[in-house]
Design a protein around this ligand. Structure first.
Ligand SMILES: [Zn+2]
Length: 220
């Protein structure tokens, strides 16, 4: 926090030619209360507000369609309002014996550019000039795990590029359709919208109007 303020002051004074601010990935020793956060647009680390999520941040490893690690480490930053809705959704899932597993959260514009450089195809990666809701801190890529920690069968892997990943593709067995429906219903009840071609992607309602940000994080 202090560091960011100092950077802002220096930027304001025009002392630096280029101003860079970083998100603080230092973890709090105790869980923080998201309801105490009044700035809804601020970026925070989900890990500071709950121990009830499972993290499988695909872009912090080479286990993704780019076959490259593009995030420095597996942090999950989101805007406060996104975290509030996601915590509420996870609470609903937990009450039913499930938990959210995260594949992707906020993505800085610089990393979007990096991904675009590897795969410059708008069918697979959002053009960094416009950015995506991930660049705005309002999107999450998720699935569900059961009480034994086993992922629910959603029919395809995360980032599977094909019609089978679509909510509209119904040539799947009943279990898969029910699992997708279960995920979608609770997310929609908690102020998120689904994305037709990707069963794993959810946008916080209204987040399209937010700014694309380029706040990177340093790893501890
Ligand atoms: Zn996504």
């Amino acid at each position: 926090m202090k560091f960011n303020k100092i950077v802002l002051v220096l930027c304001f004074a025009g002392i630096l030619l280029s101003c860079k601010s970083y998100l603080d990935s230092t973890k709090s020793t105790t869980l923080l209360d998201i309801t105490a956060e009044t700035d809804e647009d601020k970026f925070v680390n989900l890990k500071n507000y709950s121990n009830d999520f499972i993290y499988d941040m695909k872009y912090a490893t080479a286990d993704n369609f780019l076959k490259e690690k593009v995030y420095p480490c597996d942090e999950c930053f989101l805007r406060v309002k996104t975290v509030k809705s996601l915590l509420a959704a996870n609470k609903n899932f937990i009450e039913k014996g499930f938990k959210i597993k995260l594949y992707d959260c906020y993505r800085p514009r610089a990393i979007q550019r990096k991904m675009w450089k590897i795969v410059p195809d708008a069918n697979y990666v959002a053009n960094p000039r416009r950015g995506s809701i991930h660049n705005k801190g309002g999107a999450v890529d998720i699935t569900l795990i059961d009480s034994l920690g086993i992922e629910l069968d959603m029919g395809t892997k995360f980032d599977f590029f094909g019609e089978e990943a679509s909510h509209n593709y119904l040539n799947l067995n009943d279990t898969i359709i029910q699992n997708r429906k279960f995920l979608k219903e609770i997310m929609l009840q908690n102020n998120f919208s689904s994305f037709d071609s990707e069963w794993w992607h959810y946008n916080l309602n209204g987040s399209k109007a937010d700014k694309v940000e380029n706040l990177k994080w340093k790893c501890n």
